[in-house]
Write a new protein. Structure first.
Length: 588
């Protein structure tokens, strides 16, 4: 990015910290950017990286936190989408499988991992050849092999792999592979990678409106929610990647129909099996996905007519998920097994006139009908890079077209060759993990967990622990997470509020039974040291976080969407102190 102010950390521009945020705000307000990206989900963060890697001056604003919207609430699968295969949407499946391969092998091998799924068969005769042919196609469509091939299993073999299954619930099975990731971590890594390429990024900055001149969008008006300051950002092009908020931000210029998806999290030991599980439901499919020491079970797919900021899980959603999972399990789960719940909104493009959101396409569209503005909607996490490329291609066409700078040469997207922060050097460190454990004093298991979350940035965490050995301790009430991870979140990953650290940089909110109630106090003290919070601010962060999780729990006890939504809204309506944004998002 052309520099109007010295970069805060020439040595490490990928450190998203308060100094970087300040620098970014100066860059956003002191020049006319080539591209302003609005929205810090996977699409927006990917777009900021795409634009910065082409040499464009780019800024990104995000109203809440990186991945605060759908990008932290997904099933966390990087997949071709078997149900699109069944819908004969081969182009979408092939594209997604190609992206899956790139992420697994080149762009984010530290974050994206192969995961096995068992597909239980319930009919003799036709079902095995039908499912087997589909999976054979799935295995061959994605180009170079990045995951093992599908294999057929007899009923006895399937029960050996998945002893948790009710023997009456299947007649055999096919096991296939897809991939998974921690969706919120990947967005933080994308944002850091964009910053390393010169992008100016600021969370806690909400776009309020667009600046227009002579029928052209020329930037945005916004509010810095940390200070309350109103700002104006000049940009030759605005790229909107605001997911379920697209209609709200564009005044219905593009219709997005939000569809709510809920997941529950249960302890790993409650479902004894060595594989994930996929089963059909009347409307769609249900996944039981291995997730560290837990299983993630989901999801639902229902219309959400309320505000996009407060998707709430209700008791009806939870009962549905338990019932569907229990239809397969020998030892049924109960509500007492649940450790965490999260709800998100799929930003589906309302392309067809149907009330059934499972039939809407997950494919994306870019609307460039207003000069100076491109709006992306739809899509899925797996294909974020393609979406980001298409969005910035649209911006480039506008920047170099009539009314723009004709003759300006802007290179094509190169993000298929840009590894995300932490990817370079990951494999070498993985090979040396025993030695790293020996020298750091951390158990091998912790080193492996950290490598699969931070890649080669493990070195930075170990430096923190080297300087302050107490940061190598687990956070009280925070499961396996270490104090160093909270400090790293503040110094490198742009966490500015307690929920950023507990719900997205770590996943304590969904993985620990008290939803992080106990861990909040310790984590807030660590954040206070990094971010300069005084005692009042620290106490207020803890109290707001705890009210937020109390509201989530109230929503989960509510019988339906309406009551669950009201429970979340009530918590969000609490008066906010300076530096606090309203917290209405579901965890996850
Ligand atoms: C339940 C569920 C399961 C899913 N499972 C999968 C899966 O397994 N695999 C897969 O590939 N995909 C999956 N998806 C889809 C995927 O998660 C989404 O397509 C993707 O995360 C959308 O990313 P996004 O950046 O477009 O939107 P979001 O992540 O929602 O980001 C939009 C951002 O814009 C910000 N914003 C909005 N308005 C403003 C404003 N005025 N100013 C500043 N910022 C603003 C919001 O705060 C938000 O952070 C799933 C989705 C859901 C909900």
């Amino acid at each position: 990015m052309t520099s109007a102010a010295a970069h805060p950390e020439e040595a490490n521009p990928a450190a998203l910290n308060p100094a970087h945020r300040e620098w970014s705000l100066r860059m956003l307000t002191s020049q006319t950017l080539d591209v302003l990206v609005v929205g810090g989900g996977v699409t927006g963060a990917g777009a900021a990286l795409d634009a910065a890697a082409r040499g464009l001056s780019v800024g990104l604003i995000e109203a809440e936190d990186y991945a605060a919207g759908a990008s932290s609430k997904s099933s966390k699968l990087i997949h071709g989408g078997l149900r699109y295969l069944e819908m004969l949407d081969f182009g979408l499946v092939r594209e997604a499988l190609t992206e899956r391969g790139l992420l697994l092998t080149k762009l984010a091998p530290h974050l994206v991992k192969p995961v096995p799924f068992l597909w239980p068969l319930t009919h003799r005769g036709w079902e095995r050849p039908y499912v087997g042919t589909g999976l054979l196609l799935y295995d061959t469509m994605g180009g170079r092999r990045a995951v093992p091939r599908a294999r057929h299993l007899s009923k006895a073999k399937a029960l050996r792999v998945a002893p948790a299954l009710n023997p009456d619930a299947l007649v055999g099975a096919v096991q296939f592979y897809d991939a998974q990731e921690d969706a919120a971590r990947m967005v933080a890594c994308l944002a850091r990678t964009a910053a390393a390429h010169g992008a100016a990024l600021a969370t806690g900055v909400r776009m309020d409106g667009m600046l227009r001149r002579d029928g052209r969008v020329t930037g945005a008006t916004a509010t810095d929610l940390l200070t309350g300051a109103a700002i104006e950002i000049g940009a030759r092009h605005v790229a909107l990647a605001t997911g379920a908020w697209t209609s709200a931000n564009t005044g219905q210029e593009m219709r997005v129909r939000p569809s709510k998806g809920v997941h529950i999290v249960v302890p790993r030991h409650r479902i004894p099996m060595d594989t994930g599980l996929l089963t059909r439901t009347e409307k769609s499919v249900l996944f039981v996905i291995p997730w560290g020491e837990h299983w993630v079970i989901g999801d639902t797919d229902t219309e959400w007519p309320y505000e996009p900021s407060a998707p709430a899980a209700s008791k009806a959603d939870i009962d549905y998920l338990l019932a569907k999972a229990n239809a397969m399990l020998a030892d049924p789960l109960t509500a007492d097994d649940i450790e965490g719940v999260f709800a998100g909104l799929r930003p589906l493009v309302a392309a067809v006139d149907t009330a059934d959101t499972t039939r809407l396409s997950r494919e994306h569209t870019v609307d460039s009908s207003v000069p100076g503005l491109s709006v992306i909607a739809g899509g899925k996490y797996t294909t974020y890079r393609v979406m980001a490329r298409d969005l910035i291609d649209s911006a480039v066409r506008d920047l170099t077209g009539p009314g723009g700078e004709s003759g300006r040469l802007i290179p094509a997207s190169s993000t298929d060759r840009v590894p995300l922060a932490g990817a370079d050097g990951y494999r070498e460190r993985w090979a040396s993990r025993q030695r790293i454990a020996g020298t750091s004093g951390l158990p091998v298991r912790q080193v492996e967990r950290l490598l699969n979350r931070y890649g080669s940035d493990l070195d930075r965490l170990l430096d923190l622990i080297g300087d302050r050995p107490e940061l190598g301790d687990e956070i009280p009430g925070g499961g396996e997470y270490l104090g160093a991870e909270i400090v790293f979140a503040c110094g490198f990953e742009g966490a500015v509020h307690l929920d950023d650290a507990l719900a997205r940089r770590t996943r304590i909110t969904i993985e620990v039974r008290d939803r992080g109630h106990e861990a909040a106090a310790h984590a807030a003290t660590l954040m206070a040291g990094e971010l300069g919070w005084d005692a009042a601010r620290t106490a207020s962060e803890v109290s707001r976080y705890r009210s937020w999780i109390a509201a989530q729990l109230a929503g989960e006890a509510a019988p339906d969407d309406e009551h669950a939504y009201q429970a979340l809204k009530a918590a969000a309506a609490q008066p906010a102190s300076p530096g606090h944004r309203p917290q209405a998002r579901a965890c996850g």
